[in-house]
Write a protein that binds this ligand. Structure first.
Ligand code: CP
Length: 307
């Protein structure tokens, strides 16, 4: 594969190869022994048209730990503000012999479009409501480390599934790796195509969480909602916010995940988010660097083979 645009349709052995390599980078990172020259002389550009803390920073760290020259292009101070189109921006970066282009964009499909126009390997860092592949990979790595396997686990993905590219990427990955996937949320925040994807749909948190191994909470994405349809935070928390009472329905050793950024007191109670016995949110962030190192490594190797 030259690019990482989506997890839908990716072969399970390729996903497993990325996770295995990421696991080895996770161990090297903890020992402070990353390979600092694997990507020496390679250029990585972060092109984020939407805000980010975790994804952008971890791609920067991942690139630097492997020795790449990393450039964070500030879209808000770029010529995009003078009306330059996405494709003209991409052509400009292409002319600078960029090796890897990491893009986040509000339009679903923007990274795929770009990948047809540039020579660089393109990595989707989140496109609209479509996919966020490296997030699902880091989630899978975190689950695998905690549970020892992905096979036959029951994973409940809860909240605003409709607007969530994180949920879509996770659904594709987890089903490919033989998990049982449930999605739990109010009917207004469940996508119409959900059951066709092969997941079970629940509108009641207690039923959806029953005997789950993994409880994955999602951010309520108000910025993607029409004004009139935004649920009130208090009402949402009462029915769909994860608190101790609802979590009691999952398995006693169930782990709690959240991709971040969190709305505390909206989709998750602070006491759960900060509970070291249940929450693996910090480990998700740590695995984000390892997963992105693995993705950069594999795509750079594939470029070498193709050039
Ligand atoms: N989970 C995630 O994508 O976080 P950022 O928006 O901070 O990158």
């Amino acid at each position: 594969h030259r690019h990482l645009l989506a997890l839908q349709g990716l072969e399970p052995p390729y996903i497993a190869e990325l996770l295995d390599l990421a696991e080895s980078y996770a161990l090297l990172n903890r020992g402070g022994k990353a390979q600092r020259d694997l990507l020496r002389g390679r250029t990585l550009i972060n092109l984020f048209f939407e805000d980010s803390t975790r994804t952008r920073t971890s791609f920067e760290l991942a690139g630097k730990r492997l020795g790449a020259d990393v450039i964070n292009m500030s879209v808000s101070t770029s010529s995009v503000n003078k009306g330059e189109t996405l494709l003209d921006t991409a052509a400009t970066l292409n002319a600078m012999q960029t090796d890897l282009l990491v893009i986040r964009h509000s339009q679903s499909g923007a990274p795929a479009l770009l990948s047809q126009k540039v020579d660089a390997g393109v990595i989707n860092a989140g496109d609209g409501t479509h996919e966020h592949p490296t997030q699902a990979l880091l989630d899978a790595l975190t689950i695998r480390r905690r549970k020892g396997t992905l096979e036959n686990l029951t994973v409940a993905i809860c909240g605003d599934v409709l607007h969530s590219r994180v949920a879509r990427s996770n659904i594709h990955l987890l089903l490919a790796m033989n998990c049982r996937v449930r999605i739990v949320g109010p009917p207004t925040l469940i996508p119409a195509e959900a059951e066709a994807l092969g997941v079970e749909v629940f509108h009641d948190m207690r039923a959806g969480l029953k005997d789950a191994d993994v409880v994955m909470m999602l951010r309520l994405q108000k910025e993607r909602m029409q004004g009139g349809l935004v649920p009130s935070a208090r009402e949402f928390f009462r029915f769909y916010g994860l608190d101790a009472a609802k979590l009691r329905h999952a398995k006693p050793d169930a782990i709690v995940m959240h991709p971040g950024p969190m709305n505390r007191g909206v989709e998750i109670d602070s006491a759960i988010a900060d509970d070291p016995a249940r929450s693996v949110i910090g480990e998700q962030v740590e695995m984000g660097v390892a997963v992105r190192m693995a993705v950069l490594d594999v795509l750079a190797q594939n470029r070498r083979r193709n050039s």
